[in-house]
Ligand binder design. Sequence first.
Ligand SMILES: NC(=O)c1ccc[n+]([C@@H]2O[C@H](COP(=O)([O-])OP(=O)(O)OC[C@H]3O[C@@H](n4cnc5c(N)ncnc54)[C@H](OP(=O)(O)O)[C@@H]3O)[C@@H](O)[C@H]2O)c1
Length: 230
Amino acid sequence: MKIRNSVAIVTGANRGLGKQFVAQLLERGAGRVYAAARRPEFIDLPGVDTLRLDVTDQQQVAEAARAVGQADIVINNAGFSSFARLVDGELSDIRREIEVNYFGALQMVRAFAPGMRNRGRGAFLNVSSVMAWLGFEHSNSYGASKAANWAMSNGLREELAGTGIQVSSLLLGSTDTDMMARIDVPKNPPDKLVAVALDQFEDGVNEILADDAAKTLKAELSVDRGRFVE
Ligand SMILES: NC(=O)c1ccc[n+]([C@@H]2O[C@H](COP(=O)([O-])OP(=O)(O)OC[C@H]3O[C@@H](n4cnc5c(N)ncnc54)[C@H](OP(=O)(O)O)[C@@H]3O)[C@@H](O)[C@H]2O)c1
């Protein structure tokens, strides 16, 4: 999907990767960019239309779809990580990750896909994570929600085949945003990550492996995980 002259909406656009997506869509010549956030008053980028949008709120999602009208590009960026452990973390945190990272993105797809289908063109960029493919001490419930997001993209691609709608899934590892502030690991700069993602999105890549972690972990999916040893 070409960005120049397109109409795009980005969720979670007030900070982190979402803010970068908005800035770079504008740089690439998008005709109109809707920056959607739970608190749009904190969006400080010039040249955008702002929308109040909590992706877990079905009514707000429907209102956003009405306000935007014909969207060419929907970037499902909004995300939440509670760092809850699967075995003994708060279940409400684990549910919230699924609500935001899976149902939130799915509600956006269900609200915007019909208009795209009618026009025979459109594209979704669904932000998943390498945590969909990885067990790691503090992010496993988040990983389960991102695996659901990844599977959603795979399924949507099948359901929307032949309609002119692109469904791209973005897989990325550690990136330097608020989400990762408390985790002491090497992090990629968000501007570089988003530039790689949008290059591949414009090239129509279905599964965007935006950094080395994504490429390595995808390749390792076929590795034998051994056997349980008591
Ligand atoms: N940073 C990484 O290392 C990394 C790696 C892999 C994937 N990702 C994914 O990349 C995306 C962007 O993350 P980030 O790193 O930029 O994180 P971030 O700095 O924590 O930003 C998260 C964004 O999502 C928004 N959000 C959270 N819940 C929402 C809801 N219910 N409705 C609407 N917006 C909501 C936040 O809004 P508020 O300001 O209102 O909270 C914020 O704008 C997420 O999907 C994340 O899971 C990040």
